[in-house]
Design a protein around this ligand. Sequence first.
Ligand code: AMP
Ligand code: ZN
Length: 482
Amino acid sequence: MLKIYNTLARKKEEFKSINPGKVGMYNCGPTVYDFAHIGNLKTYIATDVLRRYLEYSGYEVRQIMNITDVGHLTNDDTNQADTGEDKMMKGALREKKTPQEIAEFYTEKFFGDLERLNIEKAAYYPRATAHVAQMIKMTEALIEKGLAYEVNGNVFYSVEKFPQYGKLSGIKLDELKAGARLEEHPDKKHPYDFSLWLKAPKEHILKWESPWSLGYPGWHIECSAMSIEYLGETMDIHTGGEDHIFPHHENEIAQSEGYTGKEFARYWMHTRFLLVDGQKMSKSKGNFYALKDILAKGYDPMHFRLFAMSGLYRTQVSFSWTALDQAKTNLEKIANFERTLGEIAAGGKAAEAPQDEPVDFAYIYLKRFEEAMDDDLNTPLALSVLYELITETNKLIAAGKIGSAEAKVILSVWNKMNRVFGLVLTEGIGEVSQEAVAVAEERKAARIGKDFQKSDELRDKLGLLGYSIEDLPDNEYKLRKK
Ligand code: AMP
Ligand code: ZN
């Protein structure tokens, strides 16, 4: 029986779906103004493992992930969503493109990352810009119910009108000291009131007609409107990163439950952040990586996938090249295990030594794997069960106790586990040498310095080492074993 940690209940709870055998799940998706970073991707890998394990457990999962292509303001962590920078506008100005072009470009890059990481496709990826009508309708209803108010073309949600405000994050409105680090907004009745609609300044590119002003929707209303549209008024599971608990998800609850009068989501799951060498990832610290930056160093997307699953989704995990190398070594071990068993299974021979192990011994490991996953998706424990199975299998192979029949049983157990791990073990796994990476890095430096002759020589050198190199934008590259 699957137990998951429900942020709303502040404890692990047995998972029961609303409709037997079916799960409706909503994942807060990316704001598509730049490449997703590996922290974002850790969160989506965790969600994918959840989806896969629900499917493994027999559920049919309807998964919806939004694409935020309307700029929301960067100062949204303190409910000050009416101040700060607009991310989509920022991307547009940086690259001298329209917000629509920026959204299209980075949405495609995001889907590319998901595919490379073998993340299963959601049923639908609704775009915020295509659902403004639903957001306006919901905002109108909230005003009618007295939960929201309009001032100067802006509409705010009145948090004091929703008695359960704070139930997810534990924030208490009456304990909030007026003015405590919150900028007072002249139009707001309470500093924690948040915007449902904002009047657009002249220079704002993305704007829509509404009953209140030519403007644009607040960020939070996007997820309420789109999840209700595609999953109905109550869903089973809602996910996001830890930064979403407050204000984003608290506000989603206020909007949705205020609107429908029903419970919005049964289970709230939040992934903790990925840190880099123990620090927050940021461009200024130079420790900010997209998936392409990792691939350019010769790693396979599966190395990152395995790294991400090696920590609990609910603990902060620190990324380092050493940790990624460890995942690379482990993936090689798994790939060898699969290859060796495949060869023995195909060989069709019986075991050499007398059989004193039951042929289905591997199912004991499968049971332990399921127990680990049932306990709030404990992937590190589930992986350790796999590594034990590999060690045990290697011992039995060495003792001549694994013939074709045994190999097939172990392979079928591994394949079951891997429906959840989602690791793709291609031929090239683990085959890029450090020497090749060093040459490729030297070539990258030559290309940045526009020394194309040297760059060509180094390409030839890579060829001699047995590698081909594909150039990617921004002087990045992908190394492949020929
Ligand atoms: P964003 O595109 O900023 O809306 O973020 C997309 C998803 O990634 C959200 O669920 C965030 O909570 C999550 N996220 C952001 N930063 C990190 C991080 N460093 N580690 C893990 N998840 C993150
Ligand atoms: Zn959301």
